[in-house]
Design a binder for this molecule. Structure first.
Ligand SMILES: C[S@@+](CC[C@H](N)C(=O)[O-])C[C@H]1O[C@@H](n2cnc3c(N)ncnc32)[C@H](O)[C@@H]1O
Length: 308
């Protein structure tokens, strides 16, 4: 797809470049904030699966930069933002970057170390696997990323803190809702206008009494088994009729605002902009190099055959 046609078809892609965001997903977090006020009182935040970095930019612009600009900035009081991704990311002011896999315990340890005994007020996770097109598979891998995020949450989030994560809505959504309800008193599925996917907004982190992080997976499995947490009435994400779990749902963003599924005409003075910060080492980098090398090879052999 050409740049102009993508600009026309994807208004948030175009707006992201105009407003200096590295990815259109920045609007998703901003629209979630419009509804849920997620940045209020936040001084320490973790951005899981952060590359290329538009959510980290939002965290920097909403938390770090205003604090730095305030009249008497004190370095030791500035907001702490830690961002993690498998991919390297170009620097963002006020954001500490960790390159690692969030499903790996060692990555969680690195994050915890950055907090130096303090806890985070907010954890966000926009993780997405490389989509295979097999919906069940994609949904499963996505849910594993959320559970990895929840593992980190149980180590770094303070009581009362918030967790926001991207989800692919599917048949196991109710189960996930029930699992998250074990740890947060309010869990809402939110659909930002700028995004085709939904997110879960989990508020007021309050783990079960006596909770030990080592028990997390046993506890989550219990929710999924028929003899599990009876008092939650959630042991059965698959039940229908009167036992069906109803999940709170909220559309976010100005309803009269831009629609991510619509095309918008480009004005006569329109000029397509380059992306703000292309990924440094995207997973498709090698494929691009191979493609370039092979087209170079073809050109060289054409040259030789002309010369020959
Ligand atoms: C949709 S992008 C995130 C976009 C980002 N929130 C932004 O606003 O720029 C999904 C990211 O998840 C990362 N990811 C996927 N699996 C991961 C894992 N196991 N550990 C860390 N990052 C992961 C990918 O590398 C990718 O950069």
């Amino acid at each position: 797809m050409g740049k102009a046609s993508r600009d026309k078809r994807d208004i948030y892609y175009r707006k992201a470049k105009e407003e200096g965001w590295r990815a259109r997903s920045a609007f998703k977090l901003l629209q979630i904030d419009e509804e849920f006020n997620i940045f209020e009182g936040v001084n320490r935040a973790v951005d899981l699966c952060a590359a290329p970095g538009s959510w980290s930019q939002v965290l920097s612009r909403k938390l770090y930069l205003p604090a730095k600009m305030s009249s008497e900035p004190k370095d030791d009081n500035l907001p702490l933002i830690v961002a993690i991704d498998l991919q390297p990311m170009a620097p963002i002011e006020g954001v500490i970057q960790v390159q690692g896999d969030i499903t790996n315990a060692r990555t969680a340890e690195v994050v915890i170390r950055h907090f130096d005994g303090c806890k985070a007020d907010l954890v966000v996770c926009d993780g997405a696997p490389d989509v295979t097109g097999l919906h069940d598979m994609d949904e499963f891998v996505q849910s594993q990323l959320i559970l990895a995020g929840l593992t980190i949450v149980t180590h770094v989030l303070r009581e009362g803190g918030k967790f926001i994560a991207k989800i692919f809505r599917g048949k196991d959504t109710s189960l996930l809702y029930c699992q998250l309800k074990l740890f947060f008193s309010v869990v809402t599925f939110a659909k930002p206008k700028s995004s085709r996917n939904s997110s879960i907004v989990c508020e007021n982190y309050s783990p079960p009494e006596g909770f030990n992080q080592k028990d997390l997976h046993r506890l989550l499995e219990k929710v999924g088994s028929p003899s599990g947490q009876e008092d939650l009435d959630c042991s059965s994400g698959w039940l229908e009729g009167p036992n069906k779990v109803y999940i709170p749902f909220l559309a976010c963003g100005d309803l009269s605002g831009y629609d991510s599924d619509r095309s918008y005409p480009l004005s006569g003075t329109y000029q397509s902009l380059d992306p703000v910060q292309p990924p440094i080492a995207p997973p498709y980098k090698r494929a691009l190099e191979m493609k370039k090398a092979s087209s170079h090879g073809i050109r060289e052999s054409e040259k030789l055959s002309l010369e020959g």
